[in-house]
Ligand binder design. Structure first.
Ligand code: C2O
Ligand code: CU
Ligand code: CU
Length: 459
């Protein structure tokens, strides 16, 4: 848990540390405060905070609050980098990128910098992670990610399961090498010199060990009551489809951007990278001694299971879910003042094949759209592969999927949508908050590093 150093002020140091992730072995991680996941923030709407991040790692970093509504300067833009003081000389911007970023497009901060988070947004489960240009995938893989929970009165009123009954769960996959370190198949030891991903990792990098909060296949001791799971898929490229092996439901109460108007019951829950789900699970029908496995229907072998709940105690407190959870802002296609289309696809370029948006590899000097603040636009995303499409700053409602009604996982306010191969998804995006430069990108982090990213300017 993140604790403020002064009212409204937090400090995190990015450090290398050795953790025991697999029992009996040591894993070197890059962690916020040397832990993985990083400290969990528990903050309130209407109480702005400042977070100072210090970089003690041998590589530049940038911290993005995924799902946050922040001024552009605090967004953790990929070229807005904190360069580790001791190693500043080793980083030469402009020289290394396959996208040849001009030197004047890098904004470098020595050693550390402060991010301002206004927290003028509804209660929701966000997360933060590294966003360094070209290297987000390997740096997040090494551990630079954590959770960030915003609360508000609307949520308080529901009296949801809390304390030990609220379980933040950052789900990701990793591979390990013989020494116990995280194995990133591309360029593990040359993060200073080479683009983050080379070779044939076009589908993104997946591991063979499932981690929940940094622990492989954890066992969670529960009673016969109701628990609230704050799920985030923090994997670089892996999608999951969760199912309880006792046939029980997930009662979804929240999406990426907070509470749903009404709960929905799901037997399975598909999560693409970057998406969050707020769900209730109830063990009321169980007896002490029962075990409930959380399966992953998209995984085989060891990836077919994520964790196990052991019902160790009776007398749990159940929770009756109200029919009406919240009053989120409602928008529709009729509110839209402009329409745009963005094609997420592999295209041929002089440097070989690249993941692009509308045929253009990411260029920090480019901007694909200039929506106006306080308007709504209708955007259509098309794809040739699985691309979890994510927008910074702007949040959206999914209107249609392939011209049909959205799937249950599209419910509520979203900032990330799972775009499946050859699909088109139509969303109504609302621009609120701050003018400035923001971005959209594929949240398959290897695709992001391979240029599937674009700027847009809210004007
Ligand atoms: Cu979680 Cu720009 O990303
Ligand atoms: Cu984001
Ligand atoms: Cu992608």
């Amino acid at each position: 848990v993140a604790t403020p150093v002064a009212p409204g002020r937090y400090l995190m140091a990015q450090r290398e540390a050795e953790l025991e992730i697999v029992p009996g072995t040591r894993t070197r991680v890059w962690g916020y405060d040397g832990v993985f996941p990083g400290p969990t923030f528990d903050v309130r709407r209407g109480e702005p905070i400042a977070v100072e991040v210090r970089n003690e790692l041998p590589a530049p970093t940038s911290t993005h609050l995924h799902g946050g509504v922040t001024p552009a300067e605090s967004d953790g833009y990929p070229t807005d980098l904190i360069v580790a003081t001791a190693h500043a000389d080793a980083f030469t911007p402009g020289a290394h990128s396959h996208m040849a970023v001009a030197a004047d497009q890098w904004r470098l901060h020595d050693g550390g910098r402060e991010y301002e988070y206004p927290l003028d947004q509804p209660a929701a489960g966000l997360w933060y992670h590294d966003h360094r240009m070209d290297f987000t995938a390997p740096q997040v893989w090494r551990g630079l990610a954590g959770m960030f929970l915003i609360r508000d009165e609307e949520e308080d009123r529901l009296g949801l399961p809390s304390g030990e009954r609220e379980l933040p769960m950052m789900i990701c996959d990793r591979a390990f090498d013989a020494d116990g370190d995280f194995k990133y198949p591309a360029v593990d030891d040359s993060l200073l010199a080479e683009p983050g991903v080379t070779g044939d990792f076009h589908q993104g990098v997946e591991g063979d060990v499932a981690l929940v909060n940094g622990t492989p296949w954890p066992v969670v001791s529960v009673d016969t009551g109701t628990y609230r799971l704050r799920l985030v898929n923090a994997s670089n490229a892996r999608r999951y489809r969760l199912e309880r092996d006792d046939g029980g439901d997930f009662v979804q109460i929240g999406s990426d951007q907070g509470l749903l108007a009404r709960p929905q019951r799901l037997k399975t829950l598909t999560m693409s990278p970057g998406e969050r789900f707020d769900v209730l699970v109830d063990f009321g029908g169980h007896r002490v001694g029962d075990r409930v496995v959380l399966r992953n229907l998209l995984g085989t072998g060891e990836m077919a299971e994520l964790l196990r709940f052991d019902v160790d105690r009776g007398g749990g407190t159940g929770y009756t879910v109200p029919d009406r959870l919240a009053d989120p802002v409602e928008i529709s296609a009729e509110d839209s003042v402009a329409e745009r289309e963005f094609a997420f696809a592999l295209t041929n370029h002089s440097h070989g094949q690249m993941w692009t948006i509308n045929g253009r590899p990411f260029d920090p000097a480019d901007s694909l759209a200039s929506p106006e603040l306080n308007t709504v636009e209708r955007w259509t995303f098309t794809s040739d592969f699985h691309h979890p499409v994510h927008l910074h700053l702007a949040h959206f409602r999914v209107l249609t999927r392939n011209g049909k009604p959205p799937v249950p996982e599209d419910a509520g306010w979203k900032d990330t949508v799972d775009l499946r191969p050859y699909e088109f998804v139509e969303v109504a995006v609302r621009f609120t908050g701050h003018r400035g430069r923001y971005m959209m990108h594929c949240h398959n982090l290897e695709h992001e590093d391979m240029a599937m990213m674009a700027n847009f300017d809210v004007v």
